[in-house]
Design a protein around this ligand. Sequence first.
Ligand code: FMN
Length: 168
Amino acid sequence: MNNNFFNNSAEFLNRLQRSKAFLVTKSNEHVNLMQIGWGYIGYMWKKPSMIIAVRHSRYSYEVLKNSDEFTVCIPKEGEFEEQLKICGTKSGRNYDKVKECRLEMAEGEKISVPHIKGCDSYECRVMYRQSIDSELLDKDIHEMSYRNNDYHVMIYGEIVAFRKYDED
Ligand SMILES: Cc1cc2nc3c(=O)[nH]c(=O)nc-3n(C[C@H](O)[C@H](O)[C@H](O)COP(=O)(O)O)c2cc1C
């Protein structure tokens, strides 16, 4: 485990803005994966933090309403492309994406949510959930992203563990 959670931040943001990231959640024993493209890494409440943006309509959000843990996994350049596609289009309500993607999962270091072997992984504990408030939102952004009122919920996680892909 690597204790400096920010050393990898530039690479993390570079991958995230190209949506090369998986969100891993777990409900009972069902592990779910979703492709994500928006988020932050930073410092909040004196804790290294990650914020992800999950729309109300996602199965992943249903899980995160009741679960206080998630992991964000970043593949190496050019890897897991097919799996990202599946995880960005199919819903965990109807699919076992871990099985379908034939991904090998490894146990979490500090949380019960596993991570994908071969990816960098950030284990997070949820500190706060905050739905986008349309009254406070710029009109152009509303027009661009929320015409159907399917707002994002910003999920603030404390980063409790970080592993490079080759540490499993
Ligand atoms: C390139 C790309 C990036 C995405 N980024 C996000 C994101 O940051 N937040 C989000 O809520 N959905 C995002 N999605 C949509 C979800 O990945 C998609 O709806 C997925 O099927 C939801 O899975 P779930 O219902 O199992 O949670 C993205 C989809 C794609 C194709």
